[in-house]
Design a protein around this ligand. Structure first.
Ligand code: ZN
Ligand code: ZN
Length: 126
């Protein structure tokens, strides 16, 4: 467990992405069982972030989608892979949609994972 200078438990991390070393805020998502991240200032296309790593607030909401949940998707996807290929698909079509506020992840009802509609405390423990 890591604490910041004010004693708060650090729940999110700053990483540098790509050759331009863009700053991204990343956090662990228990729904997807992986990290999510968004660019934060001074990166281009940055989310609005209150600067906190112990109780971060981001705006607007975060959404990631794959397969037929992607915007503008048409045609085959991972759901139809097995009927075409005969073997189980390596990925699933998923959507994760949440608000990050005051160190809590508020999952919206349109998530495809078990945490849909649930609010959890952000937690860096795996
Ligand atoms: Zn997620
Ligand atoms: Zn699909």
């Amino acid at each position: 467990m890591v604490r910041d200078h004010s004693g708060g438990v650090v729940k999110a991390q700053i990483i540098e992405v790509g050759p331009a070393k863009e700053k991204w805020l990343t956090w662990y998502c228990p729904g997807c069982r992986c990290d999510h991240g968004v660019p934060v200032p001074p990166s281009p296309r940055a989310w609005v972030w209150d600067g906190s790593l112990s109780a971060p607030t981001l705006a607007p909401s975060f959404i990631v989608s794959s397969g037929h949940f992607s915007a503008g998707h048409s045609g085959p996807c991972w759901c139809t892979y097995k009927s075409e290929d005969g073997s189980p698909p390596p990925y699933r079509c998923e959507r994760c949609h949440c608000y990050v506020q005051h160190g809590q992840i508020q999952f919206l009802a349109d998530c495809t994972h078990d945490f849909a509609g649930v609010t959890v405390e952000m937690n860096d423990d795996r």
